[in-house]
Design a protein around this ligand. Structure first.
Ligand SMILES: *Cc1c(COP(=O)(O)O)cnc(C)c1O
Length: 406
């Protein structure tokens, strides 16, 4: 029986009195909508400034941000988009939803970032785009991916849903590709419960995003012009109001997590887990998740679902690794087959991505809120993990007893 951590986990998301004041102000202003409020413009400019990027388009969530960015980049029906097999489903589902074909490739074992060699191998005449995910907040191999993209005439869309404030290669993540997306969903490093953004330095892409995120209407339209097939993805003023406060606190939280993560990883290593490595060129890891491999045989035969469920039962925010996206019902069910029928989609059932496959059952991850707690909490969580380990000492002791009695 594990001790209870229920009262010891730092809360997430966080807010302060300034957030309460700005929400109340927004409420009383009667301007709750992007169309007549100024909070969206203000936060969009603050976030663009923070990233050092020319354009930010705010939307209702990160999944829609992916759909918007892909469409604005000119990706559509029948185009192939290369996506890592180990990611949250949105990276692949957004591709499907715009009628394009997700081509899922394997990831590197030590970072769970997209494998550049696998991207190269999957690139073909119909490939138009690569979506690297900066897994857990660690930069994917952007220079190699950008070079590959240039050789083949592809665009690169960074999925920076985990990477607010992360840096590598002399830049903020989300500013290296043709465009990027961020998520402000409840668990993310900046959040308004829901929310998302597309960021880009390309004026042509930025211009496309306006009408595409707002029912096909050009900026300032009052004449019901609907220039193109499009949906409504707009963010509300309440979301923007909260996100300005989230951004103000981001750098301080990044510093706290950056200091705590190595301590936690060392403790987890002693507990029998193998945390992902942080590459030497990473300038700032955003530490969205602490992910670690483990051997089920060393934990009583528990797979990632069982091990994480046991930890959650004690109040520790631990979760299984992402299942490979093409093993979910989205790809194995009849709907995807019908959707992709006649488009020459890969045979998803036969797609071989052994690292992503293993990660689904042998990786667990811990919520970043833990890294905002005190050091003792990190050691105690690691001790709880260690207590679930197959007791080798006992096995050895038994051998010893047997040897002595023989
Ligand atoms: C969270 C997330 C998204 C976007 O998710 P929303 O919940 O729609 O904001 C996209 N990609 C990855 C990798 C994510 O983790």
């Amino acid at each position: 029986m594990l001790p209870s951590f229920a009262d010891r986990i730092p809360p997430w998301p966080l807010h302060d009195e300034a957030d309460e004041a700005v929400l109340l102000e927004t409420l009383r202003s009667h301007r709750w909508w992007r169309g007549n409020g100024a909070r969206g413009d203000a936060f969009g400019a603050e976030f663009a400034d923070y990233l050092g990027i020319a354009h930010v388009r705010l939307v209702a969530n990160g999944t829609l941000a992916l759909e918007l960015a892909l469409t604005a980049l000119g990706i559509g029906a029948g185009d192939e988009v290369i996506v890592p097999a180990c990611t949250f489903i949105a990276t692949a589902s957004a591709v499907l939803r715009i009628g394009a074909i997700p081509v899922l490739v394997d990831v590197e074992a030590d970072t769970l970032n997209i494998d550049v060699g696998a991207v190269e191998a999957a690139t073909g005449p119909r490939t138009r785009c690569i979506i690297p995910v900066h897994m857990a907040g660690q930069a994917a191999e952007m220079p190699a991916l950008l070079a590959l993209a240039q050789r083949h005439g592809l665009v690169v869309l960074e999925d920076a849903a985990h990477a607010h404030g992360a840096r590598a290669f002399g830049a903020m993540l989300g500013t290296l590709g043709d465009a990027s997306i961020f998520s402000f969903q409840s668990g993310k490093l900046m959040t308004a419960g829901e929310g998302g953004a597309v960021a880009t330095n390309r004026p042509d892409v930025a211009a496309q995003t306006f009408a595409l995120h707002s029912c096909g209407r050009p900026q300032g339209d009052t004449a019901y012009q609907h220039l193109m097939p499009a949906t409504n993805m707009r963010m509300s003023e309440f979301q923007s109001a909260l996100l300005s406060g989230q951004l103000r606190r981001l750098n301080g939280q990044l510093a706290t997590r950056e200091a705590a993560a190595p301590v936690f990883e060392t403790a987890l290593r002693s507990a029998g887990l193998s945390p992902l490595v942080t590459r030497a060129h990473i300038e700032r890891h955003s530490r969205y998740m602490v992910m670690a491999w483990f051997d089920p045989a060393e934990f009583g035969g528990r797979d990632a679902s069982a091990l994480s469920a046991e930890l959650r039962g004690a109040g520790i925010p631990a979760y299984r690794g992402f299942p490979p996206v093409h093993r979910t019902g989205m790809f194995t069910g009849p709907e995807a087959a019908r959707l992709l029928h006649g488009r020459g989609a890969p045979d998803y059932a036969r797609l071989d991505t052994p690292v992503a496959e293993a990660a689904g059952s042998r990786v667990i991850w811990f919520h970043h809120a833990l890294l905002l707690g005190d050091e003792q909490l990190l050691h105690d969580v690691a001790a709880a993990v260690a207590s679930l380990r197959t007791p080798r000492e006992m096995v050895r002791g038994t051998d010893f007893e047997l040897a002595r009695s023989a």
